[in-house]
Write a protein that binds this ligand. Sequence first.
Ligand SMILES: C[S@@+](CC[C@H](N)C(=O)[O-])C[C@H]1O[C@@H](n2cnc3c(N)ncnc32)[C@H](O)[C@@H]1O
Length: 272
Amino acid sequence: MTRFTDEEFARLVAHVESHYGIDLSKKRTLAECRLRLELDRLQIPSLGAFLDRVEADRTGQLATAMMNRLTTNYTFFLRERSHFDFLTREILPRLPSDAKSFQIWCAGCSTGEECYTLAMVLSAYRDGGGWLPPVEILATDLSERALHRAQAARYPAKAMEALPTAWRQAYCRADGDGHFAVREELRRMVAFRKMNLMRPYAGHSMYDLVFCRNVMIYFSEPARRRLTERLGKSLKPGGYLFTGHTELLPREQTVFTYIEPAIYQKGGGALS
Ligand SMILES: C[S@@+](CC[C@H](N)C(=O)[O-])C[C@H]1O[C@@H](n2cnc3c(N)ncnc32)[C@H](O)[C@@H]1O
């Protein structure tokens, strides 16, 4: 197995932190295991030579391949269910009846289970007689490989067992070979886009809700602060931020009010 020298590993840590916010300093074995596959594939002898090529590659393809390997894309349907219960119980019934749209950003959507869970929660609310304005969900991630799987919207039957049977019947269809596909009507609610949360993004709107869960847990402290600030700016006044239950917002963060574990509200008004 390709071993990284201390200098090479320090260079990788600095590169990944400065470009993507991710802190690999305590993940040496994991980084070695994952990048070895890429180095072998490209027949590059050392991490140093690989990083030289990543930095010289204007197309960004090598950086994409590297981050496809280095990101952790673990996710599942109905993860941290209390968030979806809160949405159905506290937010949706209080939406103003003249709201023109309901906009959600799923930042770090990985392979799509989170944004499709949201699409199902909202559809179930509407199908149960609740009123909702037109819904738009933007789902973004850094990993192209994860995004391709998200766009395919096809999952093993086992992965869908976490969903209520009624939702599986209403919002998914059998797709052969022990798989289910998310139905077209729900897929149309979600737009996917590649986005690095550490880079400014032109044309980004303001959202009613931001789900950024189990993403900053991988970030360095300065990157967490930058991300939290950016998420605050992306929310409308009164909008809600959902984080992972193990992620605490930096203390000096002031635009958010703590509501309940891993749910924060931006001050300055109510959703309109
Ligand atoms: C563990 S998954 C979380 C998925 C989902 N939000 C959940 O809670 O189940 C973390 C995701 O964050 C993405 N990610 C990590 N760093 C990122 C960055 N700088 N910009 C955008 N996405 C990033 C990874 O590619 C990965 O898919």
